[in-house]
Design a binder for this molecule. Structure first.
Ligand SMILES: Nc1nc2c(c(=O)[nH]1)N[C@H]1C(S)=C(S)[C@@H](COP(=O)(O)OP(=O)(O)OC[C@H]3O[C@@H](n4cnc5c(N)ncnc54)[C@H](O)[C@@H]3O)O[C@H]1N2
Ligand code: MOO
Length: 408
């Protein structure tokens, strides 16, 4: 992979598509580890999950009632001798003799010879007998392995373990699963003005760091293992020392702020001695022009612009797919674009690819682009549930036209 040319990032030398392609080409799944089922939630299967047992394990009752032989039910009110009982978790009862029945609970093993369960509300118990009407229709028996048989691949590699997949894996009697390793991720924010949320009110020269927790949360949402955020001052030595520490236990470092030209030198000065190899710096996109990406050894370093909407937009477009690629879900898993109809006219696109904060209409497939787009804005993120793509040089579009949208 070629390193990026030494251009100032305001030149935005790399197209958005080329920048995404660079990240895609550099990010392969990190490796496989075996985890207990209890820890496998949200992880991505690295191999098919195969059933270790049949389900059901035996021919079983599907209803509470009486196991009978259909051939015995010759009249409208057949009288059968009631014998043993079979319950879920109990041993297989002895074979059913002619003109007898045994009580069964849902899930209980069926006795050999029985081919039907009469639901208890359809039969009448009289002493040691039951009176059974003529029944037809569903036999209410679940044959052995009728759901799945031992050896069947139940969950294909690539499945994310959600509650539904968890049912299947547990039902297959699986105790441990092979999953892709989660990328460990640290966030570094830099800026002398930044303080932890809750502390800015005391000092009007400060502002709350609004990115650390948001970026960690986004990372977790897409499958990373966030290790925390580190806040540093705008100083090369501090930035270098903190980055050196972060390099010891992470797969991905996200650096927010200090991405544009004046500051980038600071970040580059701090990280170059640590072995940073830049892949791109400056992308023809709006917002997010200063975004950059490089590697230190095998560790991915993504630089986001400090302006919060620009930071979150570039994180959504580069970090989310990076995490998906590293964690085995695939780069495109985070890039499920869909078409929606504009509910208003929009002007022609700018000279860069634009990614606009927008609101999905709840009652239609419509979308409303938020009127004032500012890379430094924060309030609009409270309602922006979509990013709308407007390619560089796009023609003006009228209400009703379709645009590509990504859940934000
Ligand atoms: N002469 C130029 N100036 C700027 C350019 C340029 O090309 N030439 N690019 C502009 C663009 S586009 C953006 S975006 C910003 C990005 O700047 P940096 O990445 O260097 O970020 P900072 O200067 O550190 O901060 C910008 C802005 O964001 C605030 N910030 C930063 N981190 C946080 C945080 N964790 N929480 C809340 N707010 C944060 C910071 O206080 C600044 O207000 O540069 C333009 N300038
Ligand atoms: O592109 Mo900056 O990221 O617009 O504010």
């Amino acid at each position: 992979m070629a390193t990026a040319p030494e251009l100032p990032c305001h030149a935005a030398a790399t197209s958005f598509d080329a920048a995404q392609a660079v990240v895609r080409a550099n990010c392969a799944p990190l490796g496989i580890e075996w985890v207990a089922l209890a820890k496998a939630g949200r992880r991505i299967l690295a191999a098919d999950a195969v059933a270790r047992i049949d389900s059901p394990r035996r021919d079983s009752a599907a209803m509470d009632g009486f196991a009978v032989r259909s051939q015995d039910l010759t009249s409208d009110f057949t009288r059968l001798v009631l014998r043993a009982e079979s319950v879920a978790g109990g041993a297989v009862p002895p074979a059913l003799l002619a003109d007898t029945a045994i009580r069964v609970s849902t899930g209980a093993p069926m006795p050999a010879g029985a081919d039907r369960v009469v639901m208890h509300e359809h039969a009448r118990v009289e002493g040691g007998h039951i009176i059974v009407p003529h029944v037809s229709g569903k036999p209410h028996v679940r044959p052995r392995a009728s759901d799945f048989a031992q050896g069947t691949a139940l969950l294909p590699a690539g499945t994310r373990i959600d509650p539904r997949a968890m049912v299947v894996a547990a039902a297959a009697d699986i105790e441990k699963l092979p999953v892709w390793r989660q990328p460990r991720l640290r966030v570094l924010v830099n800026g002398d003005e930044l303080v932890p949320p809750g502390c800015a009110v005391q000092d009007c020269d400060t502002i709350p760091d609004s990115l650390s927790e948001a970026l960690l949360l986004m990372a977790r949402q897409w499958g990373a293992k966030p290790l925390g955020a580190l806040r540093v001052m705008d100083r090369v030595d501090e930035l270098r020392a903190t980055a050196r520490m972060a390099l010891e236990d992470t797969d991905v470092i996200v650096i927010a702020g200090g991405a544009s030209d004046g500051h980038r030198d600071l970040v580059r000065a701090a990280l170059t001695p640590l072995g940073l190899r830049m892949r791109f710096a400056g992308v023809a996109m709006k917002p997010g022009k200063p975004v950059w990406y490089g590697m230190i050894g095998g560790i991915h370093v993504l630089g986001l612009p400090g302006n919060p909407t620009a930071a979150l937009t570039t994180a959504r477009l580069f970090l989310a797919p990076m995490i998906c690629a590293l964690s085995g879900a695939g780069f495109d898993h985070a890039l499920r674009w869909s078409e929606r109809r504009l509910l208003h006219d929009v002007p022609a696109g700018s000279d860069r690819d634009q990614f606009l904060c927008a609101v999905a209409d709840r009652t239609s497939d419509g979308v409303i682009i938020i009127a004032r787009q500012e890379a430094s804005a924060q309030m609009m993120l409270a309602r922006a549930d979509l990013l709308v793509e407007r390619r560089a040089g796009a023609d003006p579009a009228a209400a009703g036209a379709s645009v590509r949208c990504l859940p934000f």
